[in-house]
Design a protein around this ligand. Structure first.
Ligand code: Z5A
Length: 218
């Protein structure tokens, strides 16, 4: 049996990490066989690429360098973790995937959407999320939330992308909403500005509904 691929997307501070942890509790309680992972990173090589990408000192990074680094991390992630886990029938839950590249590098930085789609078509080998939760929240709420957490844990006042201005985060949010409008079957938009436990209930219920349909169609 092929596994099931679930991704969580949204601007920074939208609550992805919080929701993935709650969703993992739900999967655990209900005896699902699952794997939690994230991008960039997820592998030993990917985590080294992640450190380069998020280092606020890498201020000179060209957008093309950036997109190839995110893509390199994804190639490694697919080969080492995602494809084997799906082949083993697991539910793979990933914090960010291709929609992040479209939203950040495409709508945020202005790199051609066609180029990003073509580049990813070459590396994905047909792997696509079966279900995506987009936690939608205005940047004026999400970005300060994320900065509070990062400021607690490091002294650099946010990572390289968090330091972008509000217009950038607004473009990313609008990009996400556009991607969701183009993929209504796959992407479930959830208002991220609600209590975390309410969001978790919506996510678990929607997952069960979609997963049950997939199982009956197999
Ligand atoms: N990126 C890219 O540009 N291109 C790509 O292709 C890919 C990624 C794959 C990864 O950063 C960066 O890489 C990211 C996009 C870019 N940009 N940045 N920066 P990351 O992995 O370090 O961080 P992140 O993915 O942006 O997540 P985050 O900032 O850690 O936020 P989050 O996971 O969405 O939120 P959280 O940690 O669950 O919550 C943040 C705070 O809000 C925390 O204090 C929570 O307790 C609080 N919270 C959470 N939910 C709620 C609710 N419902 N109400 C109130 N407060 C809440």
């Amino acid at each position: 049996m092929k596994g099931f691929f679930v991704t969580f997307e949204g601007i920074e501070g939208s609550g992805k990490t919080t929701q993935i942890n709650l969703f993992a509790n739900f999967l655990e309680k209900n005896n699902y066989d699952y794997l939690i992972t994230r991008e960039p990173g997820g592998t030993f090589i990917g985590d080294q690429i992640r450190a380069i990408l998020l280092n606020p000192k890498n201020i000179k990074m060209d957008p093309i360098t950036e997109i190839f680094l995110y893509t390199a991390s994804r190639v490694q992630h697919l080969a080492e973790l995602i494809k084997p886990a799906l082949a083993a029938g697991k539910i793979v839950v990933c914090d960010r995937f291709l929609d992040s590249t479209l939203a950040y590098q495409g709508y945020g930085r202005g790199i051609s959407i066609n180029f990003i789609e073509e580049l990813n078509r070459l590396i994905l080998d047909g792997v696509e999320p079966d279900l995506t939760f987009l936690l939608d929240i205005p940047p004026e709420i999400g970005v300060p939330r994320a900065r509070m957490v990062k400021n607690d844990s490091c002294s650099l006042n946010g990572d390289r992308i968090e330091r972008e201005n509000m217009d950038f985060h607004q473009r990313v949010r609008m990009g996400y909403l556009r991607i969701a409008a183009e993929n209504p079957e796959r992407i479930k938009i959830i208002n991220g500005n609600r209590p975390a436990d309410e969001i978790n209930k919506l996510i678990s219920a929607h997952f069960e509904e979609v997963y049950a349909k997939i199982l009956t169609n197999k």
